[in-house]
Design a protein around this ligand. Structure first.
Ligand code: ADP
Ligand code: ZN
Length: 721
């Protein structure tokens, strides 16, 4: 009798065995429909020898219901799913769900019927019919579309079909994508670029796993170089995946890709409509969609034949997924390359210490692009000491920066002011009684958004209209905004430079690729003089007339003191500085800080990145922090505070005693309450030799906790809140 071992789409269940009925054949990877109790679930057939499960006798097996009309999940992706589940301590079904990310795609091939004119004249001609045939001409479309084009009712179009004047044709819903042409418009590369591109091309041609760090300052042409690797994959008839850290970056990237390859790549992100998702998924699985550019979720798509993987801005922490399966897309991308047998390129101007360490160990090969392309020079960075040169009372822009903005605008050039805080003010309080507006669901202040007259929690999305009176003491007009957000800086810029056109760029204003495109167009048309933006504006953009960058508060990222705070500040300011002086005009960067003597600020000003990294790396080594030691966080949460606390304590008491491993906590998380759930954290710290995952699996596997308590494990955490 034929049996099949199946991972069903239910994270609470392990693999299950089924009987394969007569007439059905399944191979590993096949996507199937399986019965579970009274329900039917999707699942994927797996190699039985790779998954242990309770042996069930033949007579107790239930029949598989059917095989889905979609290509099977390829073996390299099955290996990646196993690895991800194992490494991040996640259920296999939860990882598999990321691969089966379009339900519609699994419903099989689909056609729709479109209509077009036959040339026959209907026996009975009316004015409306005449109008319809004339306006439709040789167009083809759905009944409703043709009715709109012709400005008649659906019934008129249907009548024309009946009369033989229009005929139906089946159209494949998943039509192929136009294929990029590797030789459409290749750039003339500089000597350094050509050297790096040649190595990537050779690695792509050999079709073997090899991780690269493509390390080049902002504007050095990293994109041009890795696109040559992509071109090589296309020449070999294979696919390419390019991961970007933000959807907002997709739009300018699509344009650039179009210029190089003659067509746009296939985009994959959460903003796609269902029909777009299904078409992309099916064509990716068929190997027809050749180049995919997307957010981290594109990593688990069922590529048929990957020839190269690129992670652009690889140091970005947004590649770390913070809910569901807590994976890091940069690290999973390297593993995918390993299983697929293809090169992986991590491109960055400010590579993470973890990545640099891999280079030092000889595991990743470094390709360096030393300078900016063409005439562009790297901007000079200068610190403004806010204690010595403070802004006026109630203002946030120091006189020196004001002067620089003035001079830049006078030359007809553009300015970017960077502050990584959305809204108008991060805290609102009552002058009379001192009441502070806090989110009822989270340990967080409500942030004022003056443009929409709301107070909003940035953690859970809770929103209230900005009140006029204090809810505590009823005092009217007594509420004061404390501290700046981008909206407040924009107000200040407008007050200082009334003739300048000021634009705010945050996820509140740029929430779709179309909005991003609109912003780019306005910048290019010089319809904006001063941009005030969050980290959203620090990456990817190329505005040759932008010559001054002002960092409003360089100390912001250093607060909270997590392990990567200084490194992140360095990366962020280097990134935003990288927006200045990208064309022929030189750029200037002014960094406002209360701590001009801090190591990270000194490194930014002196441009001595190497000694900064060396010192940070040593500090990590001394503390046994990553990449030298390992962390894993265990976060216990529940709406019931006592239940969460009890479980956290039970977990701590059961902690195994392992040499070279410490368990800290439980302690209330810095975000002690989040979306109405109370949170306690334990932190596991161990040396690299210890298989932390194994230890945690055994430890937590032996424990039980109430259903209302959630226990989440975050391996290699980036977020310590
Ligand atoms: P990075 O990705 O390193 O920040 P980019 O690839 O965006 O750098 O290059 C910066 C700018 O220089 C872009 O406008 C790009 O088109 C241009 N550029 C880089 N290399 C070349 C080249 N070889 N030929 C023409 N333009 C180039
Ligand atoms: Zn909240």
């Amino acid at each position: 009798m034929a049996r099949a071992r199946v991972i069903v789409m239910n994270s609470a269940l392990g693999p299950l065995d089924y009987r394969v009925p007569h007439g059905m054949t399944v191979e590993p990877g096949a996507i199937v429909v399986a019965p579970l109790g009274p329900r039917q679930l999707l699942g994927v057939v797996w190699e039985p020898e790779r998954l242990a499960t309770e042996e069930v006798g033949d007579n107790r097996l239930r029949n598989l219901i059917g095989v889905v009309d979609a290509p099977p999940i390829p073996a390299p992706l099955r290996r990646l799913i196993e690895w991800t589940a194992d490494y991040y301590l996640a259920p296999l079904a939860a990882v598999l769900r990321m691969a089966l990310s379009s339900t519609s795609a699994l419903e099989g091939g689909k056609t729709i019927v479109e209509y077009r004119a036959t040339g026959e004249v209907p026996p009975r001609m009316t004015a409306q019919r005449e109008q319809a045939l004339e306006r439709i001409g040789d167009r083809q479309g759905l009944i409703r579309e043709l009715a709109t084009i012709a400005d008649v009712s659906d019934a008129v179009i249907r009548g024309l079909v009946k009369a033989g004047a229009l005929e139906g044709r089946a159209v494949d819903l998943d039509s192929p994508f136009p294929e990029p042409d590797p030789d459409h418009a290749p750039p003339v590369l500089s000597t350094e670029q050509a050297y790096a591109a040649g190595i990537l091309q050779a690695a792509t041609a050999t079709a073997e796993f090899e991780p690269f760090l493509l390390d080049g300052v902002t504007g050095s042409g990293k994109t041009e170089v890795y696109l040559e690797g992509v071109a090589e994959a296309l020449r070999e008839g294979r696919q390419a995946l390019i991961l970007l850290p933000e959807i907002a970056l997709t739009e300018p990237f699509l344009k650039r890709f179009h210029a190089r390859f003659g067509v746009e790549p296939v985009a994959w992100h959460s903003g796609l409509r269902q029909a777009q998702r299904r078409r992309a998924w099916r064509q990716i699985a068929a190997g027809q969609a050749k180049v995919v550019v997307g957010a981290r979720s594109a990593l688990f798509l069922p590529y048929r034949d990957l020839g190269i993987i690129v992670v652009d801005e690889a140091h970005e922490t947004s590649f770390k997924q913070e809910d569901g399966v807590h994976y890091h897309a940069r690290d999973v991308a390297v593993m995918r390359g390993h299983f697929e047998g293809c090169p992986v390129v991590l491109a960055s101007a400010t590579p993470a210490i973890e990545t640099r360490h891999q280079v030092e160990l000889g595991r990743y090969r470094e390709l360096k692009l030393p300078g900016r392309y063409g005439k562009a020079e790297l901007p000079a960075i200068e610190a403004i000491d806010l204690l010595a040169d403070p802004p006026e009372r109630g203002r946030w822009i120091a006189p020196k920066l004001v002067g620089a903005i003035d001079a830049t605008l006078a030359r007809g050039e553009q300015v970017l002011l960077f502050l990584n805080r959305r809204g108008y003010a991060p805290l609102t309080l009552c002058r009379t009684c001192g009441h502070r507006f806090q989110c009822p669901n989270c340990t967080a202040w409500m942030v004022e958004h003056r443009l929409i007259r709301r107070l909003a929690c940035h953690h859970c999305g809770h929103v209230i209209p900005t009140p006029r009176a204090c809810p505590e003491c009823d005092a009217e007009d007594s509420l004061v905004a404390c501290g700046p957000g981008v909206e407040r800086i924009a107000d200040e810029a407008t007050a200082l430079f009334p003739d300048a056109k000021v634009a705010i760029v945050t996820s509140d204003t740029i929430w779709s690729p179309a909005k991003a495109a609109e912003f780019v167009a306005r910048m290019e048309a010089q319809a904006i003089d001063i941009v005030v933006g969050t980290q959203l504006v620090t990456k990817g953009y190329h505005f040759p007339n932008l010559t001054l960058v002002g960092v409003i508060d360089a100390d912001l990222g250093l607060e909270g003191g997590d392990l990567r705070a200084a490194e992140r500040t360095f990366q962020q300011i280097m990134q935003v500085a990288g927006r200045a002086g990208r064309g022929e005009k030189p750029g200037t960067v002014l960094v406002q800080t209360h701590a001009p003597g801090a190591r990270v600020i000194e490194a930014l000003v002196s441009g001595d990145a190497e000694s900064f990294y060396a010192a940070e790396t040593e500090a990590r080594r001394d503390a046994d922090a990553p990449p030298f030691g390992r962390f894993a966080a265990i976060v216990v949460s529940s709406e019931d505070k006592d239940a969460a606390h009890d479980t956290a304590r039970t977990i701590a008491r059961a902690a195994p005693r392992v040499e070279n491993m410490d368990v800290f906590g439980p302690a209330p998380a810095p975000l002690a309450m989040l979306r109405g759930r109370h949170r306690f954290r334990l932190l596991v710290h161990a040396t690299r030799q210890i298989d932390v995952q194994d230890v945690i699996r055994d430890w937590l596997g032996a424990l039980e906790w109430p259903a209302k308590v959630r226990v989440a494990v975050d391996v290699d955490p980036y977020n310590f809140l």
